[in-house]
Design a protein around this ligand. Structure first.
Ligand code: TYM
Length: 329
């Protein structure tokens, strides 16, 4: 039997090249080696307030982008998290074996909590719901960007704790980071991770940005006071541009060095902008085709949920049984 792969993205803003290089590109490359499930995690998105109409649109846009990036719905399930109710049900069951201290230590929780006066309980519980997404399908492999590695460690801790309290139940999921592009930085602030929620106009290249916008954002990217690429002293901004080029082009460190050593920053940026524009063009074209038929998207989402539901039901039944929660004799 094939092993299972699972990953997810929040429908909470514009998908950017960090999400693509850190996660989606990798999903598409490995999808046929596994039984694959890719989720649009709308229940995660509402841990911070979302305008309902925007959220509804973002869910559809994200589903269409998964397909446009190359997720093959004939092979891989594209699941909206809230349509398989066992995600939420398993999250509660796992909450009951998760110490609060583990959740309070999460970097993303601390960062979000620091920005707010009162913190929704959902923000604290966020990683338990993520653990539920993964453990619900007994996923072996979880391809994500670097920022999710800590949540994956917590998932394994929760699984281990459950297994030791109630007997072997969950598969231990493995984190799979891409070799290049696991952490793409903001173009305007190369010391910060590129993020969907950042507001700066030149921060991120969105997958649906038109070519002239992509060029403008990359030409304005922050570099440093050197005039040209010097591999002995790479600043964070230049390193980030080289990583973006390398991840899209799929070339080696050696090829990057020989192509760009000594190149002036203006020329480097032009080459980076062109490879991003070229790589996103077919994705944007497929996106337009997919969104031209909304019924097709609904059919994919419904068929995917129906396909994975039996696995979700079986896991929740097993977990409830292990815990002694009521079931009919
Ligand atoms: P999210 O929606 O923030 O991001 C989706 C994916 O994109 C990766 N990513 C990046 N990779 C490289 N550079 C960046 N700057 C960058 N920013 C984001 C993320 O690592 C992620 O792989 N909690 C998750 C969603 C989730 C999930 C799951 C993931 C919910 N349940 C189960 C895997 C398995 C999140 O907020 O991702």
């Amino acid at each position: 039997m094939k092993k299972r792969v699972l990953s997810g993205v929040q429908p909470s803003g514009n998908l950017h090249i960090g999400n693509y290089l850190g996660a989606l590109k990798n999903w598409v490359e490995i999808q046929y080696d596994y039984e694959s499930i890719f989720c649009i995690v709308d229940l995660h998105a509402i841990t911070v307030y979302q305008k309902p109409e925007e959220l509804r649109n973002n869910i559809r846009t994200l589903a269409a982008l998964f397909l446009a990036c190359g997720v093959d719905p004939k092979h891989s399930a594209v699941v909206v998290q809230s349509t398989v109710k066992q995600h939420a049900e398993l999250a509660w069951l796992l909450t009951c074996v998760t110490p609060v201290g583990w959740l309070e230590r999460m970097t993303q929780y601390k960062a979000k909590a620091a920005l707010q006066e009162t913190i929704g309980d959902g923000i604290l519980q966020y990683p338990v719901l993520m653990a539920a997404d993964i453990l619900l399908y007994q996923a072996h492999v979880v391809p994500v960007g670097d920022d999710q590695a800590q949540h994956l460690e917590l998932t394994r801790d929760i699984a281990q704790r459950f297994n030791s309290l109630y007997g072997e139940t969950f598969v231990m999921p493995e984190t799979k980071l891409p070799a290049v592009g696991a952490r793409i930085m903001g173009l305007d602030e190369p010391d910060k991770k590129m993020s969907k929620s950042a507001t700066g106009a030149g921060h991120a290249v969105a997958l649906l940005d038109p070519p002239e916008v992509i060029r403008k954002k990359i030409m304005r990217a922050t570099t440093d006071s050197n005039p040209a690429v010097d591999f002995a002293a790479l600043g964070a901004g230049v390193r980030n541009l080289l990583t973006i080029y390398q991840a899209f082009a799929g070339c080696t460190d050696e090829q990057i060095r020989s192509r760009f050593e000594g190149m002036r920053y203006g020329d480097l940026k032009k080459q980076v902008a062109e490879i991003v524009v070229e790589s996103l063009a077919p994705i944007q074209q497929r996106y337009r085709e997919i969104t031209a038929s909304p019924e097709y998207l609904d059919a994919v989402l419904e068929e995917s949920a129906a396909r994975v539901r039996p696995v979700a039901e079986a896991t929740v039944a097993l977990v409830k049984d292990r815990m002694g929660v009521y079931s009919r004799r």
